[in-house]
Design a protein around this ligand. Structure first.
Ligand SMILES: Nc1ncnc2c1ncn2[C@@H]1O[C@H](COP(=O)(O)OP(=O)(O)OP(=O)(O)O)[C@@H](O)[C@H]1O
Ligand SMILES: [Mg+2]
Length: 191
């Protein structure tokens, strides 16, 4: 099973991925954690490019979108192998982040032809102001207007693609409990 956490910057994806991973391991599952951009050579290039001062240029954004798609194409085999070994793959972001953050839905779809779609997407949704206040001091700070737009896009994608939406304004433990309630039945567990 390939489970992905999505949400705007500061929504708590990394925090909740860690909680979920630990809980699943405690329940006896083998868990593989991944993040996008990955740690592949392409993922490392993406991380470097995201720090560039020209990150807002259109041509730069298109190049980034292509690199994200390439990074996912590399990731495909890894996910398949982990699933074949009956491991649960937990991912911090997926193909849907490209749709939420980047322009040109049709083109993004095309270049991500080989990207795997998660079996379960959990969207951590919260007020943009709250997310920004959680990110203070981090260097991946995004503008409020931009994140508002991304949040709206995520909520639209959630309806189109049946994401499970969790209220991420709540405290860490409550969000974790809500996520457990979504994941447990998918794995045949009762909690
Ligand atoms: N439910 C919560 N309530 C309050 N603070 C939280 C909550 N979840 C996470 N945080 C804190 O908010 C900050 C951002 O959380 P986290 O790094 O998990 O978000 P993220 O979605 O992974 O962000 P990014 O997209 O930038 O990687 C961290 O300092 C984390 O400790
Ligand atoms: Mg994170």
């Amino acid at each position: 099973m390939y489970i992905c956490l999505e949400g705007i910057d500061g929504s708590g994806k990394s925090t909740q991925l860690e909680c979920l991973g630990k809980w699943l391991e405690k329940c006896g599952f083998a868990v593989t954690r991944i993040r996008e951009p990955t740690d592949s050579i392409v993922g490392q290039l993406i991380r470097k490019m995201l720090q560039s001062p020209s990150a807002q240029d259109e041509s730069f954004q298109r190049t980034l979108a292509l690199l994200f798609a390439a990074d996912r194409t590399l990731l495909m085999d890894t996910i398949h192998k982990e699933e074949e070994m009956n491991r649960i793959v937990l991912s911090d972001r997926s193909f849907y982040s490209s749709l939420a953050y980047q322009n040109g839905e049709e083109w993004i779809d095309q270049i991500n032809h080989y990207a795997l779609k998660p079996d379960l997407v959990i969207l951590l949704d919260l007020e943009t102001e709250t997310a920004i206040s959680r990110c203070e001091g981090k260097d991946n700070f995004e503008e409020k207007d931009f994140l508002d737009k991304v949040r709206k896009k995520y909520l639209k994608l959630a309806k189109q693609h049946d994401f499970m939406v969790v209220n991420a304004n709540n405290g860490v433990n409550k969000v974790h409990a809500d996520i457990k309630r979504i994941v447990a039945p998918k794995l045949g567990m009762c909690i």
